[in-house]
Design a protein around this ligand. Structure first.
Ligand code: THG
Length: 879
């Protein structure tokens, strides 16, 4: 076992293969003239072909390195992948090149009189996955993740079948290429039911340790840290001397063995490497004496002489110890916040773009995730994406970073967009801008393919937002496993087969179950699990919502105390949807909520970083009112905040003065100052201001004027409700006020009900419109739909609510059973829209004659018109 040897001594890797081959060929050419030129496979620098045509040359080079002292020899397969071989028209030889390459090396290893390991060399290809080769097309790529992973899988299969002991992914200059390689490796391991040690070696582009794509070495390592490696290190680049400081850096952060095999210095003007074996070996000796090394060899320009010299210099120098890494905590280094990447050894979550972002309370109390790059959360971003104005859309990401976001949440879920395509394009686009690419990404979608598209185009370590147990544990684990292979952390939402958790008990029940599944069935690292226990809207006017914020905060506290190592997050702006249009109130709510949630242990949150107020700066009167709402301290908290809201202006200035729309409710104003208003106006005010104090009197008066109770409902009351709807739509009324209006409407109908009966206008009750309503299959969001049901019930509808995640067939059966006047389905997540399309088709097939209403955040007028309406001829309406 190589692991055991590595504990005892520094192992020697061989030196350059390419330069050795060229030298060999030059010598042969001197003897044999043009023979190689005429060879069946025209070489043209395709050294790997020699595995098939001149295996004896390769075997000879291996032997020289073994004799020089190498413990590990590398196969001659650096370019044996389809991308490199297709340039020679040999893409179909990938498997054989690797298989034969492995066999040649293995044979030499077996011939040796000591233990020699064979490492299968896997080069980077000539194409980058993270950068465009065409500066005018930032979203263009010369190849893609799946193509690369497929050819790497073929290469790895050939190497394993040929008998290698180790896989060595080397000269890596783009972490995304390495992710594709490791993805392929784990697939092949699964298929073949084998596991070999894997080494990764990167090459840097400058002395500060950036790869070609601009990523820091630490971030590079972090991007691939999901894969348990035998070793990580550096090769090629500059000579050993310039790499020394970088090796020191790696030594501090990587928990696996450390390798280095540098060039023999930098090439001179003639392209030759001048560093003498003795010089290279003496620099390496220095590193070894500092305890930095586990595996050492040579890259371009090094020869068997270099290797034997290195071996001589390293005799009796002990290897770098990685014990401190495996035992986890290194308290001393943890204190050193100047090296945040050290946290990697302390089991905290590190995400990355070009740089690492450490999520650890010891380093930063709270991490801001920018919410504005979300087509569902920002009208402006949605417009820019629709217009394909990626440049300005990217600017929104940049602004968020400037305002303090270290992670950017990106979401393209929209009925009229191909979200997977947009995800790919945007991620690629921003990879070219170092100011944006430095941040980590949170890939936000309810569509699985879109999440995968994000992961396969991002070189850093990202966070998937999100997966949940709503489709059961099999699907949950399957997705989690794939995310693990692609190297991301995950947000787990507190949803399950029964729906969205609103109460404390349900939140912790679901999180406990998800935690156990991920850590026990998949070996998930706890720090890669981030629980989102649902920030739900408070201050809606519906009493059941009053404790939502408290339940969230307490669930966060419970998770931090009970689910060891797991992190917590939430979508903070959800909290204040009821106060849309009043940013001052919304900001204050967010700050108060965050203050308490962070105290309870919240690690990160999706926020608008430009709009976070400092808790202590909140005007004391407002602070108290907001605290009462957020912490559910008093019964009238929402009402009191509303009153405050009515008398203050939004900071954004975009909204009309609220005090014109809202007057405190009360007798004089309802009825006008001393002058009595017309009864219609009094009723309208009662609904608008949610005041039922004089309702009975006013309705009695109206009954004198109108011919029937039904007419009062249909004319003045409905007109008033229309007005309420209009004001809400314009952002001039807030949700709790609308709920109050609806409750007054309900009271009005109750007051009129006996009249309706006595007037024998039984017609009205018979005519009570009936609606069958459901949340689409796969969708568990029903808060909006529940509010709608209250509204409808208050407006004398008979509501048959089928609940959440309703199969289309169940809707059809309910229609047959209840014979409603309308059917309605709501959806919050975009995948539900295709369920709606299927339902349209089914309604059409049944030849139903009733209007179909669609609603919810995912639905839109345009999607309804373009995608749904053609499918059902009676009529599909956007509600
Ligand atoms: N949990 C997780 N992910 C999430 C959420 C969550 N992603 C989406 C959402 N919730 C968090 N993001 C936002 C983004 C914007 C707003 C709210 C939440 C928002 N936008 C303004 C509004 O709707 O009033 C729009 C303003 C504008 O158009 O400019 O409030 O909970 N895991």
């Amino acid at each position: 076992m190589i692991e055991n040897l590595l504990k005892e001594r520094i192992l020697i890797l061989d030196g350059a293969m390419g330069t050795a081959i060229q030298n060999f060929l030059l010598e042969e050419n001197d003897f044999r003239g043009q023979e190689f030129e005429n060879h069946a496979f025209n070489l043209k620098g395709n050294n790997d072909v020699l595995n098939l045509t001149k295996p004896e040359i390769i075997a000879e080079i291996h032997k020289k390195y073994i004799d020089a002292g190498a413990d590990i020899i590398e196969t001659n397969t650096f370019n044996s992948n389809a991308l490199s071989q297709q340039e020679y028209g040999l893409a179909d030889l990938v498997y054989r090149l690797n298989f034969e390459g492995a066999k040649i090396a293995k044979q030499q290893a077996q011939n040796a009189d000591k233990q020699v390991f064979v490492a299968g060399s896997i080069g980077p290809t000539s194409k980058l996955l993270s950068l465009s080769p065409d500066i005018n097309r930032p979203e263009f790529r010369a190849t893609d993740f799946d193509f690369l992973a497929t050819t790497y899988a073929e290469q790895v299969s050939g190497l394993i079948d040929g008998g290698v002991d180790i896989l060595l992914i080397e000269t890596a200059f783009d972490a995304l290429n390495v992710k594709a390689a490791l993805y392929a490796v784990s697939q092949v391991f699964d298929n073949k039911q084998v596991k070999l040690p894997v080494m990764v070696s990167a090459t840097v582009n400058d002395r500060y340790g950036h790869t070609l794509t601009g990523q820091s070495l630490e971030a590079f390592y972090n991007s691939i840290s999901h894969f348990p490696l035998l070793s990580f290190g550096l090769n090629c680049s500059f000579g050993a001397e310039m790499l020394m400081p970088l090796i020191e850096r790696l030594h501090k952060v990587i928990p696996c063995y450390l390798s280095i095999y540098p060039n023999a210095g930098l090439p001179n003007e003639m392209g030759h490497y001048d560093e003498t074996p003795c010089f290279t070996a003496s620099v390496i000796e220095k590193m070894a004496q500092r305890g930095l090394l586990n595996i050492v060899g040579g890259c371009c320009g090094t020869t068997p002489e270099h290797i034997s010299e290195i071996k001589k210099h390293l005799q009796n120098i002990p290897p770098r110890s990685i014990l401190h890494c495996h035992c986890g905590l290194d308290p001393q280094s943890l204190e050193n916040k100047a090296i945040p990447a050290f946290a990697g050894m302390t089991k905290s979550l590190i995400v990355s773009g070009l740089e690492n972002v450490v999520i650890d309370k010891k380093i930063s109390n709270f991490v801001n995730i920018g919410e504005r790059t979300n087509v569902a959360g920002s009208a402006k971003f949605a417009r820019l994406i629709r217009e394909k104005n990626y440049e300005e859309a990217a600017q929104i990401a940049k602004n968020q970073i400037e305002n303090g976001a270290s992670i950017i949440d990106i979401n393209f879920d929209d009925a009229m967009l191909n979200s997977a395509e947009e995800m790919e394009k945007f991620v690629r686009y921003i990879s070219n801008d170092a100011d944006i690419a430095k941040a980590a990404l949170m890939i936000d979608s309810s569509d699985w393919q879109t999440i995968v598209a994000g992961l396969k185009n991002f070189q850093g370590k990202s966070i998937v937002n999100s997966i949940s147990l709503k489709e059961g544990k099999e699907v949950f684990l399957q997705k989690a496993r794939e995310i693990q292979r692609l190297g991301a952390a995950i947000i787990v939402m507190a949803f399950d087969e029964k729906g969205q958790a609103a109460s404390f008990e349900r939140k912790i029940e679901i999180c406990r179950r998800a935690y156990d599944l991920l850590t026990q069935k998949l070996d998930f690292q706890p720090y890669n699990i981030i629980f989102d226990v649902n920030v739900l809207t408070i201050g809606t006017g519906i009493d059941e919502h009053n404790n939502y914020a408290v339940d969230f905060i307490e669930a966060v506290r419970w998770i931090k105390n009970n689910l060891k190592g797991a992190l917590t997050s939430g979508g903070i702006s959800n909290l204040s949807f009821a106060f849309r249009g009043n940013n001052a109130i919304r900001e204050a709510m967010h700050s108060v909520f965050l203050y308490h949630a962070i105290n309870a242990g919240l690690d990160m949150g999706i926020v608008n970083p430009a709009m976070l107020q400092i808790y202590d700066d909140i005007e004391p009167n407002l602070l108290q009112k907001v605290e009462n709402v957020v912490l559910n301290k008093t019964k009238n908290a929402t009402e009191e905040l509303l009153e405050y809201a009515s008398s203050c202006h939004s900071r954004e200035g975009g909204n009309p003065p609220q005090n014109k729309t809202f007057q405190p409710t009360g007798d004089s104003r309802l009825r006008g100052n001393d002058t009595i208003l017309a009864v219609e106006n009094r009723l309208a005010n009662a609904l608008r201001y949610g005041n039922s104090e004089f309702l009975a009197d006013d309705l009695r008066e109206a009954l004198q004027k109108y011919s029937s109770a039904v007419e009062i409902i249909e004319k003045p009351l409905m007109a008033a409700m229309d007005k309420v709807g209009e004001l809400f739509g314009e952002g001039k009324m807030f949700l709790p006020q609308v709920i109050k209006s609806a409750k007054v409407m309900k009271t009005a109908i109750e007051i009129l009900q006996p009249e309706i009966e006595t007037q024998k206008s039984a017609e009205f009750s018979q005519k009570r419109p009936k609606i069958v309503i459901a949340t689409a299959k796969g969708d568990i969001h029903d808060i909006g739909k529940n509010i709608l049901c209250i509204m409808l019930a208050c407006n004398n509808f008979e509501v048959i609510d089928l609940g959440i995640m309703v199969e289309n067939q169940a809707v059809i059966e309910a229609i047959k059973l209840h014979k409603p006047d309308f059917v309605g389905v709501s959806a919050l997540i975009t995948p539900s829209l295709s369920e709606m399309a299927d339902l349209c088709q089914m309604l059409e097939n049944e030849q139903f004659k009733l209007p179909f209403f669609v609603g919810g955040a995912a639905a839109s007028a345009i999607h309804t018109a373009v995608k749904l309406s053609p499918l059902y001829s009676f009529g599909v309406f956007y509600g």
